[in-house]
Design a protein around this ligand. Structure first.
Ligand code: AMP
Length: 364
């Protein structure tokens, strides 16, 4: 241990880990924490949070409720988060009282697309051409940088294709600005990708980094539907993607698991990686690790935020992960009878179209 501060920041088994956010990612983090002898306290404004059912304690309160946050900070030994839209003021408030891992900066970078792009550029990672758009009058000059067609994306709160729209021509600019809710945005060039993949990387409090095998992702209606490992990428491209993930983590002084979503462009000169976005948390495209590796992304994140050594990210099986979206989850009984199928359901009480209800990892 480098110094007494670092030493203080290693949790002992039995410690209480605070988790901001109570969705399925928080639930699976709490399950891994329990496996490792830690207890979890989940903080979420939604009383129906799937993570509450598997946690030692929970708090239902708003993210700006300072009295509730102060009580939460007193009750836990470290705090992590399961989604990137935790207000950074909340993370800062907690960080003054208790270690917040992965940290506050990863949130400020990843929850704003403009900050995210600037950071990726700063550390030399290729991204699509982009320009900031603060009003409809900026779209024409932004399009000179990106070319058309382009994608207009809100800087904040976009996910699963929400808050973004394609612009085919400048005649469409005003309508596009209205479609995204007239919010500060970035215009981004359309990438002619051959496929999408992601890297799941982790970094511990001593600065050691690891990355999992690269998985290929297929989206349907802007929502991740399939993740497959191994990918069809060349060994060299996969090695570059792993390096890229670890570089993103190191540059942010990150502690925990993160994902970087990547586009793969194939041309006459080979395969090129273009970063799309950073998720400063465990990620849906890493769910395959639960059944494909000895140490899953959830175990890995818990180890890192506890100040513990990272585990070996080696993959022992080929896996195809299928997200069970909306009524897909009604097929649970049949999935259970498939050989090699590992079913994970999130315990959500209400099925809605487009809602992630569970996933299945099929070992190949
Ligand atoms: P995002 O919300 O940025 O993750 O985008 C959701 C999905 O939209 C991505 O997974 C891609 O399939 C597609 N997409 C986003 N940005 C671009 C882009 N610049 N070029 C091509 N496709 C994109």
């Amino acid at each position: 241990m480098a110094d007494s501060t670092t030493a203080r920041l290693r949790l002992a088994p039995g410690s209480m880990l605070g988790i901001l956010g109570g969705g399925q990612l928080g639930r699976m983090l709490a399950q891994s924490a329990a496996e490792l002898g830690l207890r979890c306290h989940v903080y979420c404004p939604d009383a129906e949070s799937p993570a509450f059912e598997v946690a030692h304690a929970h708090t239902v309160a708003a993210y700006d409720d300072e009295a509730a946050l102060a009580r939460f900070a007193d009750a836990v030994d470290a705090v992590t988060y399961e989604f990137e839209n935790v207000p950074d003021a909340t993370a800062r408030f907690l960080d003054a009282r208790v270690p917040v891992r992965p940290g506050v900066r990863p949130l400020t970078v990843a929850q704003d697309r403009l900050n995210e792009k600037r950071y990726l550029q700063e550390i030399g990672i290729p991204i699509a051409p982009y320009a900031a758009v603060d009003g409809p009058e900026d779209i024409a000059s932004a399009a000179e940088i990106t070319g058309l067609p382009a994608i207009l994306k809100t800087r904040r709160m976009g996910y699963d294709g929400k808050g973004q729209t394609r612009i085919e021509s400048l005649d469409d600019a005003l309508a596009a600005w209205k479609r995204i809710g007239e919010a500060p945005a970035v215009l981004e060039g359309v990438v002619g990708f051959a496929l999408e993949c992601s890297v799941i990387a982790a970094r511990d409090i001593d600065g050691n980094t690891i990355a999992y095998d690269i998985a290929e992702n297929v989206h349907e209606n802007h929502i991740l539907k399939w993740t497959r490992v191994p990918s069809t990428l060349s060994e060299e491209t996969m090695a570059r993607a792993r390096e890229l993930g670890m570089k993103v983590a190191s540059g942010l002084d990150y502690v925990g698991v993160l994902a970087v979503e990547l586009f793969v462009v194939r041309d006459g000169t080979g395969e090129h990686l273009i970063a799309n976005e950073i998720a400063p948390r465990v990620h849906n495209s890493g769910h395959w690790t639960q059944d494909g590796c000895a140490v899953s992304q959830f175990d890995q994140h818990v180890r890192a935020v506890a100040g513990w050594p990272l585990g070996d990210p080696k993959r022992h099986s080929d896996v195809e992960m299928e997200n069970l979206i909306g009524f897909d989850a009604d097929g649970w009984y049949d999935i259970l009878s498939e050989p090699g199928a590992c079913l994970h359901l999130y315990g959500k009480r209400e099925t809605r179209p487009g809602r992630k209800m569970g996933h299945v990892n099929r070992l190949k």
